[in-house]
Design a protein around this ligand. Structure first.
Ligand code: ZN
Length: 298
């Protein structure tokens, strides 16, 4: 499933001057299609080419990117923009792997990123290369606009979200098992990782946090006054590992065509797609949330 995390978490603030959205849209679509065309099906989950792509784009902009890998073919990427340190960091994240496809069932090639009749088709369009690209564009745009930040903004592009978390979030949040050992504090109890990937039980994120209020305001602003409701899904998310550490986490996703549900389209389906206009709106939505939370207030 998708994941965007707002760690740490003021009220809805004034946004700094607006980006050149036409340029952001054009570049965002270019990166989005490039990432969609990299087959990161998990299993086997070879995320390296996607991470190399992100690293190249970030470093060309002067944003250093670090690689953390349990398996060199399955790296995670972390990039950071420094803030004043006045507030705790904001972590934005997306995952680079995608679920498998049955190519015979697809009208358009699943790794073609074909644009047709106002849609972009491809595995990962909704899960999770939309978030991945939106996070990337937030980083690039903050850097280019030299936006003063009250928080560090950290971008994590993680591997293995689709069921092989030992390469991804568990590699990035190792301090989880140690914490568990400390809590249990009994030498007779051995704490080991299960062979099967299972997410930890973690308390839900708060609904009265700054991040939640900011997201609510952004939803209202960017989605024609829409109301935010917390929902429970039959999926899994790596945010569980962060919530287990006390991080307030919120997942967001783009609006999907109301026809898509009845057609069986959507994340993990045989016809994953997104309306181009919703992809562009999603870029703005990410930007508005990130700047409301992290941009320095005058
Ligand atoms: Zn998924």
């Amino acid at each position: 499933m998708f994941g965007l995390v707002f760690a740490a978490a003021c009220m809805w603030g004034q946004n700094p001057s607006a980006p050149d959205w036409r340029a952001v849209d054009e570049e965002g679509m270019r990166h989005y299609q490039a990432l969609l065309r990299i087959n990161t099906s998990d299993p086997p989950g070879v995320e390296l080419p996607a991470v190399e792509y992100l690293k190249r784009v970030l470093e060309a902009e002067g944003i250093p990117a670090r690689i953390f890998a349990l398996d060199p073919k399955r790296p995670n990427l972390v990039a950071r923009l420094k803030g004043s340190g006045g507030k705790r960091p904001l972590l934005i994240m997306g995952h680079t792997d995608v679920v498998n496809v049955d190519p015979g069932k697809w009208t358009f090639p699943p790794f073609g990123a074909v644009r047709n009749s106002g849609y972009v088709y491809g595995r990962g369009t909704l899960d999770d290369k939309d978030n991945l690209t939106a996070c990337l564009m937030v980083m690039l745009t903050l850097k280019r606009m030299k936006t003063p930040l009250d928080r560090d903004v950290i971008f994590l592009a993680e591997a293995g979200e689709e069921g092989s978390v030992k390469y991804g979030i568990l590699h990035m949040v190792p301090r989880f098992l140690d914490q568990l050992r400390k809590v249990i504090s009994d030498p007779a109890v051995e704490v080991v990782r299960e062979a099967r990937d299972t997410r930890p039980l973690a308390p839900p994120s708060r609904l009265d946090s700054e991040a939640c209020q900011v997201i609510e305001a952004a939803v209202k602003q960017d989605y024609a006054g829409a109301i935010t409701l917390p929902v429970m899904q039959t999926g899994a998310t790596d945010m569980a590992y962060l919530r287990a550490k006390g991080v307030q986490c919120y997942g967001v996703g783009p609006a999907t065509d109301f026809e898509d549900g009845p057609k069986g389209f959507g994340a993990h389906s045989d016809q994953e797609r997104i309306l181009e206009t919703e992809f562009y709106r999603f870029l703005r939505f990410h930007w508005n949330i990130a700047t409301a939370l992290a941009a320095a207030k005058p």
